[in-house]
Design a protein around this ligand. Structure first.
Ligand code: COA
Length: 149
């Protein structure tokens, strides 16, 4: 296994802990496909914790089964995360990070109102090379003005 890759065992241990709610800095959710009742991925709200009161968080989302991509699940889950972040937790802002070549992730975030805020050069390493990161953000005030469908 390459040195920079986490083992399945360590990821499972991390998930177990997060799903039990033991870490106050992150809320992690399993994504279950309704029709098959199968777990197909996870999502998260990770708070920025440099102040005592949490105002900001980064959203995380991964649909692990590639044959489940492009079916609208990413959109559905992200909308639920935004309801949780802004309507339940009353956060001021949420962030969305991905690598620059991840067209689907960037399109999904922009579709839901996120604005691109910056690009960090050669920030992440995988597939034997460094990749730029793109960071997007959405304010609660912008979310409140979103078009309703
Ligand atoms: C990014 C990801 C969450 C998208 O999930 P998904 O269920 O495929 O997304 P949806 O079907 O809801 O599509 C959302 C939007 O993404 C865009 N999109 C989807 N597939 C795309 C592709 N292959 N190329 C470009 N844009 C694409 C479209 O704009 C689409 O909206 P539309 O169908 O209304 O036009 C999924 O591909 C994934 O889990 N990837 C691996 C992990 C990851 O990249 N996570 C995001 C980083 S935070």
């Amino acid at each position: 296994m390459p040195d920079h890759v986490k083992s399945m065992v360590s990821i499972e241990a991390e998930m177990e802990k997060d799903l039990k709610g033991e870490d106050p800095e992150v809320r992690r959710y399993m994504i279950e496909e309704k029709s098959s009742a199968k777990a197909i991925g996870w999502s998260s709200i990770r708070f920025h914790t440099w102040a005592r009161r949490y105002h900001n968080a980064d959203l995380g989302l991964c649909i692990g089964e590639k044959d489940k991509w492009g079916k609208g699940y990413g959109t559905e889950v992200t909308k639920l995360l935004l309801v949780e972040a802004f309507e339940q937790l009353n956060l001021h802002k949420v962030g969305w990070w991905t690598f620059a070549e991840n067209k689907a992730s960037i399109a999904l975030a922009k579709k839901l109102g996120f604005k691109e805020e910056g690009r960090l050069q050669e920030q992440i390493f995988f597939n034997n090379q460094f990749h730029d990161s793109v960071v997007l953000g959405l304010l609660k005030s912008q979310y409140d003005k979103r078009p309703r469908s």
